[in-house]
Design a protein around this ligand. Structure first.
Ligand code: CP
Length: 342
């Protein structure tokens, strides 16, 4: 997204200043000042969640369509709540139950929805690059809510927001991201966002779940790789467990679920090790969790777990993203008098 016309984060009540319109397709779209601005605004939006009356007038008259071709609980609900608390009209369209089940193409579905005059499309799709493709077809703002195994930029923003609220600045903090890296869009977005915030990241996975080309990427972007969770765990400030995405696995990525847990699960014993080594260390998981596989119930429900705080932050961060994209924009993207790319 482009830098807003003012660097000062607005109070929610005054959040009507003009903003340039852009898409949010990749975490790489966001410079460090833009990340900071979104997180700062999210902190203000988070205050709204504590009020009895949560509505702000900011996006009155705007229409946001959640277009979800893959299942979701957290992302879709939080974008819906975020839009509604900002007074936008929010419509949910899912692959199941839409005319895609009758053979309509993605392009025709998207053009059909866009033709109704929507201001923003929040899209989740199983194909990597789908959100970028959609942004080429429509005049509306496009937010990537997860595209295949590529990226999930608002997840990375809410993860960073949650970690910062507990730990303060992430500069120099050690974050281990553990598990099914191959199929994870969360890890790609987190590597970018955490890197820009100055965190030190170690990816931990069995060799079969390390993505192809990760060695060269780790060298160019300066993160570490490990196959040994027990070696890494005592030195971390944050351990982020990733879901084993069995629905994306066609072959045997690990011998048995039990062996995966023994090697890479955040078990009760590893929770003890984590806390003994660093009592301030925290546990994250983007969800949904496979309890008993990548994370034990003791760890998911531990005092160190920020998992429900991540969910709560999801609404505030998505309010902030919608605000930065939509508030104060009077023209359709692509017709920005300020010359902003849309
Ligand atoms: N973390 C995440 O994207 O969860 P959902 O699939 O429930 O949206």
């Amino acid at each position: 997204m482009t830098t807003a016309t003012t660097a000062v984060a607005p109070t929610p009540e005054a959040a009507t200043r003009p903003r340039r319109r852009r898409h949010l397709l990749s975490s790489a779209d966001l410079s460090l000042p833009e990340i900071r601005e979104i997180l700062d605004t999210a902190a203000e939006m988070h205050e709204v969640q504590r009020r009895d009356v949560k509505k702000l007038p900011t996006l009155r008259g705007r229409t946001v369509v959640n277009l979800f071709f893959e299942d979701s609980t957290r992302t879709r609900s939080s974008f819906e709540i975020a839009g509604k608390w900002l007074s936008a009209d929010v419509i949910n369209v899912s692959g199941k139950g839409s005319s895609t089940s009758k053979g309509e193409s993605l392009r025709d579905t998207v053009l059909t929805v866009a033709a109704m005059g929507v201001d923003a499309l929040v899209i989740r799709h199983g194909a990597s690059g789908a959100a970028h493709q959609v942004s080429q077809w429509v005049d509306a703002h496009v937010v990537n809510a997860g595209d295949g195994m590529h990226e999930h930029p608002t997840q990375a923003l809410l993860d960073a927001y949650t970690m910062e609220r507990r730990l303060g600045s992430l500069e120099g903090r050690h974050v281990a991201i553990v598990g099914d890296l191959t199929h994870s869009r969360v890890v790609r977005s987190n590597l970018i966002t955490l890197g820009r915030l100055g965190a030190r990241v170690t990816l931990v996975a069995p060799p079969t779940l390390m993505p192809a080309g990760i060695g060269a990427w780790s060298q160019s972007d300066g993160f570490a790789l490990s196959h040994d969770l027990d070696e890494v765990l005592p030195g971390v400030d944050v351990v982020m467990m990733l879901r084993v995405q069995r629905e994306r696995m066609s072959g045997g990525f690990f011998p048995t679920p039990r062996e995966y847990t023994v090697g890479y699960g955040l078990t009760r014993d590893r929770l003890r090790t984590l806390v003994a080594a660093n009592p301030e260390a925290v546990i994250c998981h983007p969800g949904p969790m496979n309890r008993g596989l990548e994370i034990a119930a003791d760890a998911a429900d531990a005092a160190q777990s920020l998992i429900l705080e991540q969910v709560s932050a999801g609404v505030a961060v998505r309010m902030s993203v919608l605000y930065h994209l939509l508030a104060g924009s009077d023209e359709r993207p692509g017709h920005d008098h300020e010359g902003g790319e849309s």
